[in-house]
Design a protein around this ligand. Structure first.
Ligand code: FAD
Length: 475
């Protein structure tokens, strides 16, 4: 039986499910195919983000942060606890519940928006008159036809050569989110977002965590001043971070994993850990999609080649999210999904890559949008900088969380905001004001003249904007 759709989306992660909803809202007869299975073998749409990424990692970060607060900071508030314990199984169970709520939420949204959902693997059949044949291999086999196809097949964790993931001792993000007991010694290869977030979870719960990073500079994509501040905070918390290492061998042996490496000076070193998380980047995923059947073009990394508007080399076939160029972020995938659905409808869908926010949900959180100071220097752009420390913010003092700062970078002549960088409490929420400001091409002076509620962390944003003109009021 053939089922004919205007739009078929392959992949139900943030790029795919959002594209499907928007396409249906625009009046298209839309299907979304996703193969992710929950523990019972049922559908679990939401992709990496919902199942083994953004959502479960934030659930564990929240639980471990509560634990650390109870262990280390409640005393400051006059709250004492005897016999504080962590039930890791319960924490992981709560995380699984949060994931399921999100999976179920997406299935509900499909129903509400009249998106037909197929649970199984979608693959290209052949090009047909006015579209494509798509097969779905699930509990049953189906053949669909689509006038337009949106590919949102995401990415997979990259393994170290010679050390495949066993998800018991050598863990990808998937295994890292299912560790059943606090490891005594945890190794992490890769000091990026995922490594730092996962390292923070298990350090807070008592693990001795060592992060090994091949690059010489800590968080090279972040503003240098912010990265330095974050590094200082993480080191103080007890995360051991070694930069510039060269891993020579990783071997699962006995109860643990042995890692042989050269440190930044070239000296041979070794580390034995109970578990090792490998977070060295992700690979675009087109496994099982059968791109050859229709001549879909991939690049040398395996990413689907698209233009600035997410068009592939095939008419009527689009691709969004982690499987194409650009940052591997859920909100970037979502924006592309919406824009593609609108372009199919003849509208002018738009994604501004210059104002995509970046967030690392460690404590302190790190968030930024726009250009870093080192990038402005390298480009020879004349700029003004202003910073404001949370130490001088009343709400941060009341919270007991005064680490970090807000930093503004503005054009030296026009005062247009070029970048905003935050390390500190709730940076993930604070950065939105900067994104809005930059979308509206605001100047630092615009933010400096806007009334911000007192006492709030957002006053640090206003003060950093004032600092650009060297007229902070509270520092
Ligand atoms: P995915 O979410 O990977 O979804 C792709 C879906 O397609 C999957 O369900 C897959 O099963 C399905 N699929 C693939 N091939 C087929 C096929 N042939 N047929 C049917 N289905 C198929 N990003 C953030 O913005 N914020 C965060 O805090 C954040 N935290 C993260 C934490 C971790 C530990 C990890 C690993 C990632 C995190 N990310 C975060 C990145 C984010 O998860 C990805 O950028 C996002 O999921 C990409 O969305 P996507 O729709 O492109 O792909």
């Amino acid at each position: 039986m053939s089922k004919n759709f205007d739009v078929v989306v392959i992949g139900g992660g943030p790029g795919g499910y959002i594209a499907a909803i928007r396409a249906a809202q625009l009046g298209f007869n839309t299907a979304c195919i996703d193969e992710w299975k929950n523990a019972a073998g049922g559908p679990a749409p939401g992709g990496t983000c919902t199942n083994v990424g953004c959502i479960p990692s934030k659930a564990l970060l929240q639980s471990s942060e509560h634990f650390e607060h109870a262990a280390k900071h409640f005393g400051d508030h006059g709250i004492s606890l005897d016999n504080l314990k962590m039930d890791v199984a319960k924490m992981v169970g709560r995380k699984d519940t949060v994931v399921k709520q999100n999976n179920d939420g997406i299935l509900y949204l499909f129903k509400k928006n009249k998106v037909t959902f197929f649970h199984g693997r979608g693959a290209f059949g052949k090009a047909v008159e006015g579209g494509y044949e798509i097969s779905v291999a699930g509990k049953t086999a189906e053949t669909l036809t689509a006038k337009h196809v949106i590919l949102a097949t995401g990415s997979n964790a990259r393994a170290l050569p010679g050390a495949p993931f066993d998800e018991e001792k050598i863990l990808s993000n998937d295994g890292a989110l299912r560790i059943g007991a606090v490891p005594q010694k945890l190794g992490i290869i890769g000091a990026g977002v995922i490594g730092l977030e996962m390292g923070s979870v298990w350090r807070r719960l008592g693990a001795d965590v060592t992060i090994l990073e091949g690059l010489p500079t800590f968080l090279g994509a972040a503003d240098e001043q912010i990265a330095k501040e974050a590094h200082k905070a993480f080191t103080k918390q007890g995360l051991k971070i070694e930069m510039g290492v060269n891993i020579s061998e990783v071997k699962a042996e006995g109860e643990g994993v042995a890692i042989a490496y050269a440190d930044a000076k070239g000296s041979a070193k070794s580390l034995v850990v109970d578990k090792l998380i490998v977070s060295i980047g992700r690979v675009p995923n087109t496994i099982g999609l059968n791109p050859e059947a229709v001549g879909l073009q991939l690049d040398e990394r395996g990413a689907i080649v698209v233009d600035g508007e997410c068009r592939t080399n095939l008419p009527g076939v689009w691709a969004v999210g982690d499987v194409v160029r650009g940052p591997m972020l859920a909100h970037k995938a979502e924006e592309e999904g919406v824009a593609v659905a609108e372009r199919i409808a003849g509208q002018h869908g738009h994604v501004n890559f210059d104002t995509i926010p970046w967030v690392i949900y460690t404590s302190p959180e790190i968030a930024w949008v726009g250009q870093t100071e080192q990038a402005l220097k390298a480009a020879g752009r004349a700029y003004k900088a202003g910073t404001f420390p949370f130490l001088a913010n009343g709400r941060a003092r009341a919270l007991g969380d005064t680490t970090g700062m807000v930093k503004f970078l503005a054009d030296a002549t026009s005062d247009e905001i070029l970048g905003v960088h935050i390390v500190g409490p709730m940076a993930s929420e604070l950065i939105s004001e900067a994104v809005v400001a930059m979308e509206f091409k605001a100047s630092a002076e615009d933010i400096a003249r806007i009334c911000h509620a007192h006492p709030s962390l957002s006053e640090a944003t206003k003060e950093a904007a004032l600092a650009v003109d060297k007229r902070t009021l509270n520092f």
